[in-house]
Design a protein around this ligand. Structure first.
Ligand code: NI
Length: 171
């Protein structure tokens, strides 16, 4: 099932999400599948549950956009346990479509996560995947990439979005 991706302005995007507890359930398995499907349909490389209006600490990432099953990653109750390096690159967000800005992120990370059965897993990533992990984990803490850019650029984007809202072209 495809979910609608919620856009900037919806309070769920700026609310810290609740830990997942229903490990091993059919509902959790289905939610993960639906999130991959929704992410692919929107041509994203990452999607966090709050972006479909579900305030849970769950995110999916696939930097191949569905081309390579080996690159599918599921992060549940994730925490970054290791960071290395620093790299600035352009970043966007399915909840803030049409806007991309340079964001500084760690080049490599290890994320301490759960799998869908509740087992502890360490998930390493570098470059684009590491960037996606940091972006999605931010989402689970109610943080959008706008938080990482200059106040000037942030205000400009917010003003443009306000105009889109007024024109009925947002949401
Ligand atoms: Ni995003």
């Amino acid at each position: 099932m495809l979910y609608k991706v919620v856009k900037y302005g919806d309070p769920v995007l700026e609310t810290p999400a609740e830990p997942v507890e229903d490990f091993g359930s059919d509902e959790l398995r289905q939610l993960v599948e639906d999130m991959f499907e929704t992410m692919y349909a929107n041509k994203g490389v990452g999607l966090a549950a709050p972006q479909i209006g579900i305030s849970k600490r769950l995110a999916v990432v696939d930097t191949s956009g569905g081309e390579d099953p080996e690159l599918r990653r599921v992060l549940i109750n994730p925490e970054i346990s290791y960071r290395e390096g620093r790299v600035v690159d352009e970043e966007g967000c399915l909840s803030i479509p049409g806007f991309r800005e340079n964001v500084s992120r760690a080049q490599a990370v290890v994320v301490k996560s759960k799998d869908i059965y509740g087992n502890d897993v360490d998930v390493p990533a570098e470059d684009l995947m590491a960037r996606a992990f940091q972006h999605e984990i931010d989402h689970l803490n109610g943080i959008l990439f706008l938080r990482h850019i200059s106040p000037l650029k942030r205000d400009l984007i917010k003003r443009k979005i306000r105009k889109l809202v007024q024109a009925g072209e947002w949401g």
